[in-house]
Every structure is written in structure tokens, then in C-alpha cells.
Design a protein around this ligand. Structure first.
Ligand SMILES: Nc1ncnc2c1ncn2[C@@H]1O[C@H](COP(=O)(O)OP(=O)(O)O)[C@@H](O)[C@H]1O
Ligand SMILES: N[C@@H](CCOP(=O)(O)O)C(=O)O
Length: 316
């Protein structure tokens, strides 16, 4: 459960008084998520999400994220729309944290993945990439290849307690990946979601009804976003690679935005890089999450398996 900061009803009522979205009917902390504190607000005007930004998000980058959601929403993508207060400000402060209210999106994330859902995911990922064209502000990916070495170093040898030899194995893999990582000019770049896991995609009747959680979004290789999805969506029971899911994601994606030959050739190393990125942030969180945080830590080893899988395959 991710609620790092508790809120009193009175605090929230006073905060809502500075918006024009009705008065508070009820609210509760949301169990899902690991990064920020999220609350579902029910007001006399409907449902909204309140996010208090807690951890990796830097406050001075929040205008970029909120601006991106505004832009994508304006281009027809179903993503949360930041709500402005009476003074026209969407980025506020509450309980000592940067805070924003966004619209509530209908739908539920899929618990049982299948090729049909993967096809839809592929399409919406490409739609997101096209919708982001023209949002010119750049946010470099703070969790791209240059960050992985320092992240691994910061974990010391702690990973070896989870799996003997993990640190050395990841270090060796990282060296190979860094050597093969595409240069900036090698592949098409744009605004990517960078965390489009199944929990961040809502479906209704088999169709995507919304995408959430844009707080890792950044400017990077478009195909890297695809590599993240191939990691996050294509392993049954977190273990077994499901080729039909990967084929469906690629088919869906290419039905909207065909990949270049360079992107196809880079996909294998991009998938290995994506596996290492999530392995390392999960490992870091495993070690550093405060004991009293209401959050369920995610298993780093699930991404060690993915890393091994993608490293063993010539083509995705
Ligand atoms: N705009 C939204 N509409 C509906 N539910 C949302 C919305 N934003 C967040 N949620 C709910 O909050 C949960 C956690 O949100 P998320 O952005 O993934 O948190 P975190 O940033 O901590 O990972 C989601 O799984 C979903 O249930
Ligand atoms: N998707 C990441 C962690 C962040 O996930 P979210 O719950 O904030 O969407 C992972 O699985 O490691």
C-alpha cells in the first residue's frame, strides 16, 4: 500500500475549498502504487485523485509532468487531466508535500493478461508516442543507462542476500549492455511513459480506457518504452516468457507506428536495459524502504529472470 503521508479530513476540506470541484463527501488512501501517496476523493461534483509526491519525483520537474498530461489529454489520449485551483494553479502543496489533483479515470487494470489485451496495449503505446509529438520540452531520463552503474553501486552487495552472486552477475550484464546501448541519434526519440506496467493501464470491455502514473515519463528512445512493456507484460506468473504476448504488443504497436529496422535491431539490448532498470530500482527500494511505510515492496528477482531471458535471445 502506498500512503506515506496521512491526511486529516479537516486539512483536506480546507484544501478543497481553494478549488471549484465541490465539497468533500469522502476520501481514502489508495492501496496500489509504490511511489507517491494517492487518495481517492469523492466530492459533491464527482471523483478525483489527489497525489502527494513523495520520493523519486523532483518538485521542480512536476510542471513538466503535469504539462505533458495536459498536452496528451488535449490530443485525445485518456490520461489524468490536472485540475487547477481558483488561481489557475495545478501544482500545489499539502502536508509539506508537492500535491496535485487530477481527474479520475474509469476502468480497471488487468490481472489476467492475454494476447488481446497486449494487442490493445501495443496500440495505445504507439498512440501515446504520436500524441507526444510537439510537446517540445525535454526531460532527460533520470533512470537511463548512465544511472544504472551508480544505482548498482549504491546497493553495495545487498543483492547477494537475495540471490547469491547477483551483484557480480548484474555488473557483468551492465557492462555488456552499456557497450551496446544506442547513441542518442541512433533511434527515434520522443516523450515516453517509461513505466507502462499493467497496473498503469485501465481497461473496460477489453479496450484501453485510460493510462495513469506519468511520473517517470521522460524524453528517450520510443522503442525503449516498448522494451519496458515487453518486460512488464510478457512473463506469465512473473516467470515464463509468453511469445504470443510479445508478438501481440509488437503487432498492435506497428499497426499505429511502424518500427524502423534500427529500432527492431536495438530491441534486444533495450529489453535487457529495461530489465536492469527495474531490477535495480526494485533492489534499491528493497533495501531502503522505511519499515513503517504502508507499501508492498516489489520483487527484484523477477527482473533478474527477465534480464537472463532477454540476454539469452538474439531477437525479441
Ligand atoms: N487518474 C486516476 N484515475 C483512477 N484511479 C487512479 C488514478 N490515478 C491513480 N489511481 C489509482 O491509484 C493507484 C496508484 O496510482 P499510481 O499513480 O500507480 O501510484 P504511484 O505513483 O504510487 O505508483 C492506481 O493503481 C489506481 O488504482
Ligand atoms: N513499475 C515499477 C514500480 C513503480 O510502479 P507503480 O506501482 O508506481 O506503477 C516496478 O514494477 O518496479
Amino acid at each position: 500500500m502506498a500512503v506515506y503521508t496521512e491526511l486529516a479530513a479537516e486539512t483536506l476540506e480546507a484544501f478543497l475549498g481553494t478549488y471549484e470541484i465541490g465539497t468533500l463527501v469522502s476520501f481514502h488512501g489508495i492501496a496500489e502504487g509504490v511511489e507517491n501517496s494517492n487518495f481517492l476523493l469523492r466530492t459533491t461534483e464527482g471523483d478525483f485523485i489527489l497525489t502527494l509526491f513523495e520520493r523519486r519525483v523532483k518538485a521542480d520537474e512536476l510542471p513538466w509532468f503535469l504539462g505533458l498530461m495536459q498536452y496528451l489529454s488535449g490530443r485525445g489520449l485518456n490520461c489524468p487531466l490536472p485540475v487547477s485551483d481558483r488561481d489557475g494553479k495545478a501544482l500545489r502543496s499539502l502536508a509539506g508535500r508537492p500535491a496535485a489533483i487530477t481527474t479520475f479515470l474509469p476502468g480497471v487494470s488487468a490481472t489476467q493478461l492475454d494476447a488481446g489485451l497486449c494487442l490493445e496495449l501495443g496500440k495505445v503505446l504507439a498512440q501515446l508516442h504520436l500524441a507526444g509529438e510537439g510537446y517540445e520540452a525535454v526531460r532527460p531520463n533520470a533512470l537511463s543507462s548512465s544511472a544504472w552503474g551508480p544505482l548498482l553501486d549504491s546497493c553495495g552487495e545487498s543483492g547477494d542476500a537475495l540471490a547469491p552472486g547477483l551483484t557480480a552477475e548484474v555488473r557483468t550484464a551492465l557492462q555488456k549492455i552499456e557497450a551496446a546501448w544506442p547513441a542518442t541519434a541512433d533511434l527515434p526519440r520522443g516523450q515516453i511513459h517509461a513505466d507502462l506496467f499493467p497496473d498503469n493501464v485501465f481497461f473496460q470491455n477489453g479496450q484501453v480506457s485510460g493510462l495513469i502514473d506519468f511520473y517517470f515519463a521522460c524524453t528517450d528512445f520510443l522503442a525503449y518504452d516498448l522494451a519496458i512493456c515487453l518486460n512488464a507484460w510478457c512473463f506469465r506468473d512473473e516467470k515464463t516468457f509468453e511469445p504470443s504476448f510479445a508478438a501481440a504488443i509488437l503487432q498492435g504497436y506497428e499497426s499505429v507506428r511502424p518500427l524502423s529496422q534500427a529500432e527492431k535491431s536495438a530491441l534486444s539490448v533495450l529489453c535487457q536495459g529495461a530489465a536492469i532498470r527495474f531490477l535495480l530500482t526494485r533492489l534499491y527500494d528493497w533495501i531502503n524502504t522505511p519499515a513503517n511505510a504502508l507499501v508492498t515492496r516489489k520483487d527484484p528477482l523477477a527482473y533478474l529472470l527477465r534480464l537472463r531471458h532477454f540476454a539469452s535471445m538474439k531477437h525479441v
